[in-house]
Ligand binder design. Structure first.
Ligand code: HEM
Length: 536
């Protein structure tokens, strides 16, 4: 890997080897918290009155805000399996109660915002260190094991300090462009894997449940960047320690409801119902263990290279280890949280993108034409080529608009706020309803249609500054991995379209979205990958 070479090398020149010796839901979690339990104990009864001078006729207080009752919420979520329908409930409630409404979950009051301009108002007026929601259980685990918080779980000064280091390294497209070769090597392996998998099916074309494949791709690619090593996720035999990590990750998501609420269970109850908290800790143990192995391995390699007087070259991890802008514990925590955040998000988006391509062959053909006109039949795209492939970028944006992996996001207000004519006191949990705004015809023409080319027209309201669709969030606390995720998705989708005609397998019925932690396919997506004829 030849990444950040010059910077790293320059830093290393001044770092003696022995000095080095001394020296990982999230949003979703916050969103679920916002739907569930008391974060700050704010209730509308406690809500203070509008500031003097503001007429009550123009500014209403929370008591006057419409919304379902606590009982209705309870029945909806616990009785009618609302957890897997959070995205649909968001839509139903915004149609029934309006674009700003309140919900009650026990003592917790949540103000939901399903309006593009109000979402913009909240995010544009954020403080220097915005808070998504309550992360107490994540912090409790870390305190218990003597671990640090990473970007997802940290707040305040700690968060600001780490964010300012990481944003310098991976927030701009050009920062991550250097990872093109590493990601393309993983794309090569994925293509080989597709050929193996389809050869095992009777039609010689189908890959069953493509999400499994994309999961392995996303994990391999993000690890190539974060750990600067390959994990073997796309091999026939996945190595044991990688399998153990995948199990920990699956435990985290499969026990989503229980683990997400683990921290909500009073500590005294844990002796009577120990399982949720135990599983929560167990999955985190597995995730941290994996990061420790890989970070420590790289750390030892650097030490050896320095002791031998060799030049140390490397990527993101090398840079973090060498510059010591973050402690080793902070590095463990951040790579752990980034790996957790970076796998399912990307793989679900890839599953939806290829499913939509299969459902819309004429759109697939348009994108194929763009790709071959720009690259020819065989040139492997790099990050620099992606700027000349607007439909590939539009494909990812449109997929994330229709299927925002995080259908909602959370914020805790850090100041009193007047929003949509209501007075919202400081400390109120807000739920930003991205799924509803994304599918709103007021924000996007014929919003239910899949039209990647809508993102090409700068003169319409469909264009990017539309807060109706902000799948990576917005502003200072937005997704730190956005550019990495985009790079992985752009390079893979370009190559898939270049190489295969992607069709729907007869084994696939209509696939609807469900919320399982993230917005994911509610049934396996089985696709056919048919080789394209190379035109000479
Ligand atoms: C399609 C892929 C992805 C989507 C849609 C996505 C979406 C999001 C969203 C909506 C947030 C919350 C932003 C906010 O509160 O304003 C977030 C936060 C975050 N994401 Fe992503 N993400 C993706 C991939 C990744 C990847 C690949 C990584 C790591 C390499 C990553 C790491 C993180 C981290 C660490 C945070 C917390 C940032 C902070 O609090 O400072 N994400 N992501």
């Amino acid at each position: 890997m030849a990444i950040l070479n010059s910077f790293t090398t320059a830093c290393l020149k001044n770092i003696p080897g022995n000095a080095l010796n001394k020296h990982l839901f999230f949003t979703l979690r916050a969103f679920y918290n916002s739907q569930s339990r008391s974060v700050l104990g704010i209730s509308e009864e406690r809500a203070i009155s509008p500031p003097i001078g503001l007429e009550r006729t123009t500014v209403k207080n929370l008591k006057e805000m419409p919304g379902p009752s606590a009982l209705a919420n309870f029945i909806e979520f616990f009785w009618r399996d609302g957890f897997s329908r959070i995205h649909e409930i968001q839509l139903e409630h915004s149609k029934k109660y309006g674009k700003i409404f309140k919900s009650r979950f026990g003592p917790q009051l949540v103000v939901s915002i399903a309006d593009r301009d109000l979402v913009a108002q909240v995010l544009r007026s954020e403080s220097a260190a915005p808070q998504r929601g309550n992360m107490d259980s994540w912090k409790e685990y870390r305190d218990l094991r003597g671990r640090s918080t990473g970007l997802i779980s940290a707040e305040g000064e700690d968060w600001l300090r780490m964010r300012s280091v990481l944003r310098q390294l991976i927030m701009r497209p050009r920062d991550v462009a250097v990872f093109s070769d590493d990601v393309n090597a993983v794309v090569d392996d994925l293509i080989k894997r597709i050929c193996v998998l389809r050869s095992q099916e009777s039609d010689g074309a189908t890959v069953l449940n493509v999400n499994d494949l994309y999961f392995n791709y996303a994990m391999e690619a993000v690890a190539a960047i974060l750990y600067e090593c390959r994990l073997g996720c796309l091999e026939n035999e996945v190595p044991q320690e990688t399998q153990e990590y995948i199990s920990a990750l699956h435990l985290m998501f499969s026990s989503f409801k229980t683990t997400m609420y683990a921290g909500a269970i009073p500590k005294w109850l844990r002796t009577i119902i120990p399982k949720p908290w135990e599983e929560f800790c167990l999955s985190w143990d597995g995730l941290f263990k994996f990061s420790l192995i890989h970070v420590n391995k790289r750390f030892e390699e650097i030490k050896t290279q320095l002791e031998r007087g060799d030049e140390v070259k490397g990527g993101l991890l090398t840079h973090m280890l060498v510059t010591k802008q973050m402690s080793l514990e902070d590095i463990y925590a951040n790579v752990t949280e980034m790996l957790l955040a970076g796998v399912d998000t990307t793989s679900f988006t890839l599953s939806w993108a290829t499913y939509m391509l299969a459902l819309h062959p004429h759109i697939q053909q348009q994108i194929f034409t763009e790709v071959t006109n720009t690259l020819g039949p065989e040139k492997v795209a790099t990050a620099n080529d992606v700027q000349h492939l607007p439909l590939i970028r539009g494909l990812v944006k449109e997929t994330l608009r229709l299927f925002p992996v995080l259908p909602g996001n959370g914020r805790v207000t850090q100041d009193d706020l007047i929003l949509g004519g209501y007075f919202i006191p400081k400390g109120t949990q807000l739920a930003l309803c991205h799924y509803s705004t994304s599918l709103d015809d007021e924000n996007f023409t014929e919003a239910l249609d899949f039209r990647p080319d809508r993102w090409l027209r700068k003169d319409t309201s469909d264009h990017v500054d539309n807060f109706g669709s902000i799948p990576f969030g917005y502003g200072i606390r937005s997704c730190i991995g956005r550019r990495i995720a985009e790079l992985e998705m752009h390079l893979l989708l370009t190559r898939l379209i270049q190489k295969f005609h992607i069709g729907l397998s007869p084994l696939t019925d209509e696939v609807k979205a469900k919320t399982h932690g993230l917005l994911c396919p509610g049934a396996p997506i089985n696709l056919q990958f048919i080789d394209r004829e190379i035109q000479t």
